[in-house]
Structure formats: C-alpha cells, structure tokens
Ligand binder design. Structure first.
Ligand code: DLL
Length: 433
C-alpha cells in the first residue's frame, strides 16, 4: 500500500485549492454562528463570514493563541453541543491551566484517518504490529496513534509509556515491527536493551514513528544505529488534533501536511506577516473540518519552513521541515537567540565519548546570563583518564562557541546520571524565570 487516501494525498494543487476554499467558507460560518469568541473577534474588525470566499482570504481573519483556549477553559471555544462531544484530551503547558481539546465522532474519524495515512507514509501496512509507547490518557500520542493503527488494520500494542523492562519483553514476545514513541525514549529503550543483554537483532523492529518533541538529523542517525530501524518524523499538536498533522514519507525530507484538514501558514512571529513558502517563521494552522474545537489561524509557536516541491513519493501535499524550536522556548542568552536543537547537533556530531543525553541549564549571575550544558559520558567511554575527558570538554566548548556565538560552561557527567523520561525529554532548566 502506497497511500492510505490516494485521492487526497495526490490531489492536484488546483483541486486542493477548491476543497480547502469550500471547507474554509463553511468553517468560518460555523465558528461565527456557534462560538461567541470568534464572533466577537470578527465583529471587532467588521469582518463578516461572507467576506471569506476562498482560502486566499484567510489572511483577513484574526489569529488565535493558546491563551485564548486557556481563557475559555474548559469548553468555551467548542463549536458543538456537549452531547456531540465524544472525547476530551488535554495538554499541560509550562504554566497555568490545561489546554483542553474535544472531538466529535467525525473529528475522531478524521484524526484516525490522518494517523493511518501517517503510518502508511512510513511504509506500514496491515501485516505490521505497532508497539505504541506514547502515553495513553489525556496526552494525544497514545490513543491518536492507536486508532490510526486499528483504522489501517495493523495490530496495535497499547503498551503506553513507562516500565521499560516490560516494554522490552513485549517488543520481543509480540514481534512488533514498528515502534511509536518520543525519540528520546527510543534512545533510552535501546540503551536499556543493551544493558539487559537483549540483542536488537533478535527483535522484528524495522520502523520508528517518532515525534512529540524536537529532534535532529543527528538524533535520527543515532537511533537508527542503535535500534537498526528506519526512523520517521511525525508531527502534531493536541490543540489541532494530536499526532498525524504532518508526516514524513519514503523521501524523509520534510513532513507532508494533511492540508485538506489543517491549512498551514508561516508568519513572521514579530510582525505576523504571512511569509512565502521557503521562508522560516512561525507555523500557523486553520482547521478546515473540525467540529468540536475549530481553530482559526492558530499560532503554534513552532518555528519551521514550508516547502512546496515535487516529492518522489507522489504526494502533492506541502511539506514542513524540522521544527527548529519554538518561538517561546527559544533561549535568549546574552542577547543571542539559541535553539536547543543547535546544541544537540553539536553534541551528537562529536559523539564518541559523549552520549546523546544532555541538559541545558540557564541562569543569571548579576546581570549576565550563564549557559551550562551537561552532557553524559557514553557507555563506550571507558577512559577514566582526566586528560581525555578534558580534551573532549574543550572540543565541545569550542564547537558550541562557533555554533551558538556565545560561550557555554560544559560539564561532563557520568553515564546514566541525567534524568530520563518516558515521554517528552525535559532538556532545559531556566533558572532565570
Ligand atoms: O505532542 C502530539 C504528538 C504525539 C505528536 C505523538 C507526535 C507524536 P502536544 O503535547 O500538544 O501534542 O505538543 C505539541 O510538540 O507544538 C511541537 O512543539 C512539539 N512537537 C510535536 N511533534 C513534533 C516533531 C503532541 N515531530 C508540540 N518535531 C508541538 C518537533 C514536535 N516538535
């Protein structure tokens, strides 16, 4: 199977424009009629639903941000009656209330289809067994992928997160061919297997469906080396639905956005001006078919680039590049903008004696920001020789300075001493806040 939904995934750009336009017109009408928040925002700028005729009119509509969802906690932005809501999820942010998202039956069908499309895009079919180690619960990762696996007709193993030794046993005993979890947990699983004396070649694993946190090409290479699989990048966010908003294909150069359902824009995060394809900025989504939590021009805070180019896989859908950071967790150190992904790239490029686990600690001494990067010695580093460790430290410090443009204190810590997570890794500790 090459596509889950050939008609949509290979639709002509003209056909897509018509479909998106029809859906946008309906979506705007619906939110104006059913969600007082949107009606008030449109009335304030004297915009009527009839002013939106095609997708090209999208820029006339106001933006929505996470605090709008929180301010209307829990159900204030829902576009349907409570009796039509069949599922709730929620994500915790760094501060304040949960961000709640709801689904009607049709929303769940669309979402399951997106996850099925994503799995097929990574070469998975009915014969596969998918070990779903994303958390099940309010987090969208577990249940989202789970429904996609079932929709496709493959076998789902709903193991959820945690209990790593049991995960390893089940991976082996149930013969999973695909693993779905965060990239940081994939590395942890691989290391735990090694410690437990399990040979990865005794497993049937061939594919990884990794996302929910930023990761780099270097991290992909590391996971593939450790687990002997092909790793694919899946993107999504709970506000918009969950995993399966965009997914890599066999080309593994960018994730195709399911833009029949989620219309993507890139805007300048400071001026909010829309930017053309090929330019980097903040990713914004308008949901085109969602009933329960319709979102108009929702600012994700994720920084990336959209590319419209022919793809060897035959999909015509626009692609998004790697998430290079978030406009709100971008670190500003002594005035310099720094993304954690830059730090990861430097560390993994050095490799060898230092492992893939690290933590970034930002603090302030007087009026000066300080940046400390703690990185673990890898298991392969048997050398206790202080001179060797000092040499690696100097190299990390040097490469970090040239990549970031600011100096960082490098601390090399012993293997397995940094905290592990079975979900999203917590890499940044910002003590300035
Ligand atoms: O993380 C949904 C998800 C589950 C995606 C499983 C993929 C796999 P939230 O908890 O709402 O939803 O977090 C969404 O996570 O805005 C990004 O900042 C980040 N993120 C998600 N996927 C990727 C990815 C889920 N592939 C937030 N690369 C998003 C980088 C990602 N960042």
């Amino acid at each position: 199977m090459k596509y889950y939904n050939r008609e949509i995934e290979t639709m002509s750009r003209d056909g897509l424009f018509v479909l998106q336009s029809e859906r946008l017109v309906n979506a705007v009408k619906r939110v104006y009629e059913n969600v007082p928040y949107y009606r008030a925002k449109m009335d304030a700028i004297k915009l009527k639903p009839s002013d939106i005729k095609t997708i090209a009119d999208l820029h006339k509509l106001p933006f929505t941000v996470k605090t709008d969802i929180r301010a209307n906690y829990p159900f204030g932005l829902f576009g349907v009656d409570k009796k039509q809501v069949v599922r709730l999820h929620a994500s915790s942010g760094t501060t304040g209330k949960l961000t709640v998202t709801g689904y009607t039956k049709r929303d769940l069908e669309d979402w399951s289809e997106c996850c099925a499309r994503a799995l097929v895009s990574a070469g998975i079919d009915e014969n596969d067994t998918v070990h779903v180690a994303y958390g099940y619960g309010l987090f969208t990762g577990g249940l989202g992928l789970h429904y996609g696996v079932e929709r496709l007709g493959a076998t789902a193993v709903p193991v959820s997160s945690g209990n790593t030794m049991r995960q390893i046993t089940l991976l082996k005993d149930f013969g999973a061919t695909a693993l779905a979890c965060t990239p940081s947990y994939a590395i942890y699983l691989a290391e735990s297997m090694k410690e437990a004396g399990v040979d990865v070649d005794d497993l049937m694993l061939k594919t990884g469906i990794f996302g929910a946190e930023p990761w780099t090409e270097e991290m992909r290479a590391e996971i593939e080396k450790k687990l002997h699989i092909k790793a694919y990048d899946i993107y999504g966010l709970s506000e918009v639905s969950g995993p399966g908003v965009a997914m890599e294909c066999s080309a593994r150069r960018g994730k195709h956005v399911y833009e029949d359902l989620f219309y993507p824009e890139i805007v300048n995060p400071d001026t909010l001006e829309p930017l053309p394809y090929g330019e980097k900025g903040e990713l914004v989504f308008t949901t085109l078919n969602k009933e329960c939590l319709p979102l108009i021009r929702y600012r994700t805070r994720d920084i990336c680039t959209l590319y419209l180019e022919e793809c060897e896989c035959g999909r015509t859908l626009v692609k998004m590049g790697r998430i290079e950071g978030r406009s709100d967790d971008m670190l500003i150190i002594r005035g310099v903008n720094i993304f954690p992904s830059q730090i990861e790239t430097v560390l993994l490029n050095i490799g060898g004696m230092i492992g893939p686990h690290y933590q970034i600690i930002v603090d302030r001494q007087g009026s000066l920001d300080t940046l400390e990067i703690q990185v673990e010695l890898s298991d392969y580093a048997f050398s206790d020789e202080v001179r060797e460790i000092e040499k690696v430290k100097a190299r990390v410090a040097h490469d970090m300075q040239s990549m970031l443009g600011v100096s960082a204190k490098i601390t090399i810590v012993s293997p397995h001493s940094l905290p592990r997570s079975d979900g999203k890794a917590k890499r940044i500790i910002d003590k300035r806040k």
